[in-house]
Design a protein around this ligand. Sequence first.
Ligand SMILES: CC(C)(COP(=O)(O)OP(=O)(O)OC[C@H]1O[C@@H](n2cnc3c(N)ncnc32)[C@H](O)[C@@H]1OP(=O)(O)O)[C@@H](O)C(=O)NCCC(=O)NCCS
Length: 194
Amino acid sequence: MTPFAELRIQTPRLLLRPLDDGDADALFAIFSDPAVMRYWSTPPWADTAQALRLLEGEREALAGRRDLRLGLVPHGGDGRVVGTLSLYKINAACRSADIGYALARAEQGRGLMNEALAAVIDCAFDHRPGAPFDDLQLNRIEADIDPRNAASCRALERLGFQREGLLRERWIVAGEVSDSAMYGLLRADWMARR
Ligand SMILES: CC(C)(COP(=O)(O)OP(=O)(O)OC[C@H]1O[C@@H](n2cnc3c(N)ncnc32)[C@H](O)[C@@H]1OP(=O)(O)O)[C@@H](O)C(=O)NCCC(=O)NCCS
């Protein structure tokens, strides 16, 4: 088991690492962009204090091993976080977790999130002793996506997530009502593809 605060995952183009206070400006830039937030579960951030609140909450959640949010940092850049990827609502009894992600607009469309998701899922479903999540023995990862969010649906489907159902009028964000397409990936699905 690796403490969430110490987790580092490398992909060909990215380092995935826990967030820290120095990431507040980068997070605000991502989560205040209406294009990034079009199908998010909250309106775009309007205040940098929201970034600081998120970072404060992160520290507690990391320690409690309930939620893990990693920052995506391109190799060879200035160290700035360009996206986030979360495993959250980790349910030890059901050995399941939700997954969520966002990438700065300028970084979209190059398969970066696919790379990050594949690496985190590989890690999450690795049950071997000594693996970062070996204590959780995760069996299922799920995602709740606005069905109009074609890029996100496609990103999940490309990794083998199955669309398992539709929850109608599940969200109301800034007065706009939207459905949830529920996606699920079982460890058995993932291992069969690897
Ligand atoms: C969803 C998101 C993470 C995808 O990341 P990305 O690195 O840009 O994804 P990719 O470049 O791998 O593209 C994913 C797939 O969607 C397709 N795609 C991209 N934009 C699309 C669009 N507007 N309509 C349809 N398909 C689209 C791509 O062609 C690709 O398909 P392929 O694998 O068959 O080539 C990114 O678009 C994003 O951060 N969006 C805003 C935040 C968000 O909506 N997060 C999810 C909420 S749960």
